[in-house]
Write a protein that binds this ligand. Structure first.
Ligand SMILES: N[C@@H](CCC(=O)N[C@@H](CS)C(=O)NCC(=O)O)C(=O)O
Length: 201
C-alpha cells in the first residue's frame, strides 16, 4: 500500500496511528506529497480533491479521505478493532471521529485565513472558526470522562486534534477549564502509536 501524506497533517496522523495500532506500519510505503508545493501534482493524480491523506491499495484502488482509509486499515491487521461493529458503540465512536475532524477543519480554516494578505484576510471568518473550535473542545471535555484507555477511531481522532492545537496554536492553551480532557490527553499521548507519529514540518 502507498500512503500519500505529509508529516504535519493531523488527518494523515490518524491513518499512521491506526496503522500502528493494527500492526500495519511495515506494510505501508510513505510518499510525502504536500498539497501546497510542486508535489501536489502527484497528489491530484490520486485524489481529485488534492488533499492528504490518500491511500493506494495493493490492487490499485485509491481511497480517501481519512475516515475511509482508517476504516479500511481497520479491516486488515490484527488486535482489537478500532471501529466497533455493534451499536450503540459504533455510532458513538463515529460521532467522536466527526467531532475531532470538525475541530481540525475549523482550526485549519482559521490558520489558512490568518496567512492571507492584508485586505484579503477576514477577522470575522477567523473568529467564526475559533468559536467552532472552542465549542468542539467543550463537547470533548463533556465527553472526556467516558473516554477509554482502549483506543477506537474516536480517541485517536481526539488525540490528533488536540495535538494539532498544541502544534499550531501553542500560545492558546486549550487546557484551562478542560481538566478531564487534559488528563485523558496526557495519558493517551503515552501510547506507542502516538509517540511514534508526532507531527513536524
Ligand atoms: N476530510 C479530509 C481532510 C483532509 C485535509 O483537509 N487535508 C489537508 C492537510 S491537513 C489538505 O490536504 N489540505 C489541502 C487543501 O485544502 O487544498 C480527511 O479527513 O482526510
Amino acid at each position: 500500500m502507498k500512503l500519500y501524506y505529509t508529516t504535519n497533517s493531523p488527518f494523515a496522523r490518524k491513518v499512521l496511528m491506526v496503522a500502528a495500532e493494527r500492526g500495519l506500519t511495515g506494510n505501508i510505503e510513505l510518499i510525502v506529497s504536500s498539497p501546497w508545493t510542486a508535489e501536489a501534482n502527484i497528489l491530484t493524480r490520486v485524489n481529485p480533491a488534492g488533499k492528504v491523506p490518500a491511500l493506494t491499495m495493493d490492487d490499485g484502488l485509491t481511497l480517501f479521505d481519512s475516515p475511509v482509509i482508517c476504516e479500511y486499515l481497520d479491516s486488515l491487521g490484527h488486535g482489537p478493532k478500532l471501529f466497533p461493529t455493534t451499536n450503540p458503540e459504533r455510532w458513538l465512536t463515529l460521532k467522536r471521529q466527526a467531532l475531532g475532524d470538525a475541530l481540525l477543519d475549523a482550526m485549519i480554516a482559521r490558520r489558512l485565513e490568518s496567512r492571507r494578505s492584508n485586505g484579503e484576510r477576514s477577522e470575522a471568518w477567523m473568529d467564526r472558526q475559533k468559536a467552532s473550535v472552542n465549542r468542539c473542545l467543550d463537547a470533548m471535555e463533556a465527553d472526556a470522562r467516558d473516554l477509554g484507555e482502549t483506543p477506537t477511531i474516536g480517541e485517536i481522532t481526539y488525540l490528533c486534534a488536540l495535538a494539532h492545537l498544541d502544534f499550531r496554536f501553542a500560545e492558546e492553551d486549550w487546557r484551562p477549564g478542560r481538566t478531564e480532557l487534559a488528563s485523558w490527553y496526557s495519558a493517551f499521548s503515552k501510547r506507542h502509536s502516538a509517540k511514534t507519529t508526532l507531527p513536524h514540518d
